[in-house]
Design a protein around this ligand. Structure first.
Ligand code: PHE
Ligand code: FE
Length: 291
């Protein structure tokens, strides 16, 4: 498969938010916080085989694509040959960063999602895509959620960032600022790039759980992370990304997002009112692009 054709396909990695489709999971058995049993018996032999093939494909594209922190932690998922038990991952995760993996039926409401993150619980969709969705899936499934998101929860700084994001989400809900905050999730947790001595690498789950390449393609813009600029930038959920934001380190990301966002949301809103949003793919005057 050609690299350009494939990058960022494989999942529309919305982890929360509302879609037009009814979500696909079984919500009847979910608890009030939207968590549910993983129900391991639901997985067929064909499911385990699909997981094994997805894992094999993704793991072989990591060198040169993923940051070292991700590569170092991916083996902590265990079980490359079948869907892992979430509890087994949680056992290792709790010891390392205090995070846990919890099972959910699928996409969950924003506030429920934020509340879980704020408690250091990462919601993982229980079901796996069907074999005919091997290349492309419209909702996050167990493979995207586990393979894409969980390795970096073993990194202490990133783990703290994710919890802070959850707490920040609860606050953003009160400030009616979830749309701006969602952009931060999109451009970091899902599609973030990071500078390394070896060159740009990916840490975003949407990139690392999908086929293809976003690090060497000449097409998209790769712009130095700047919080307010990022929050003005629209994103595309159903096609290739036209812009990426590049961090220098997880420490930089953590520090840059530590201040109170209340005045930041206000400033971003004022700027959008005056100058509009920035379309994905645009580079502004004076901006550093890594292309
Ligand atoms: N500092 C942000 C706030 O005050 C919270 C936050 C932290 C949001 C990290 C995202 C990531 O709202
Ligand atoms: Fe995701």
């Amino acid at each position: 498969m050609s690299q350009d054709k494939a990058f960022n396909q494989g999942v529309a990695p919305v982890t929360y938010g509302s879609g037009k489709r009814p979500p696909r999971g079984d919500y009847a058995r979910a608890r009030a916080d939207y968590t549910c049993e993983q129900d391991y018996a639901q997985y067929s032999a064909a499911d385990h085989d699909t997981y094994r093939r997805l894992y094999a494909r993704q793991v072989q594209q990591l060198p040169g694509l993923a940051c070292d922190e991700f590569i170092a932690a991916v083996r902590q998922l265990g079980e490359p040959d079948r869907i892992p038990y979430f509890d087994a991952i949680s056992e290792r995760l709790i010891k390392t960063t205090g995070w846990q993996v919890v099972s959910v039926p699928g996409l969950i409401p924003e506030e429920a999602f934020f509340a879980l993150l704020a408690e250091r619980k990462f919601p993982v969709t229980a079901w796996l895509r069907k074999p005919e969705e091997f290349e492309y899936i419209v909702e996050p499934d167990v493979f995207h959620d586990l393979f894409g998101h969980v390795p970096l929860l073993f990194n202490p700084v990133f783990a703290d960032y994710m919890q802070a994001y959850g707490a920040g989400g609860l606050k953003a809900s009160r400030l009616d600022a979830c749309e701006l905050l969602a952009r931060l999730y999109w451009y970091t947790v899902e599609f973030g790039l990071i500078v390394t001595p070896a060159g740009l690498r990916a840490y975003g789950a949407g990139i690392l759980s999908s086929a293809g390449d976003s690090v060497t393609s000449p097409d998209p813009q790769r712009i130095a992370f700047a919080l307010k600029r990022l929050m003005r930038t629209r994103y595309k959920i159903d096609s290739y990304q036209a812009s990426y934001f590049v961090i220098d380190s997880f420490d930089q990301l953590f520090q840059a997002t530590a201040p109170d966002f209340t005045p930041i949301y206000r400033a971003v809103r004022d700027r959008i009112a005056a100058e509009g949003e920035v379309e994905a793919g645009m580079v502004l005057a004076g901006e550093r692009s890594f292309n």
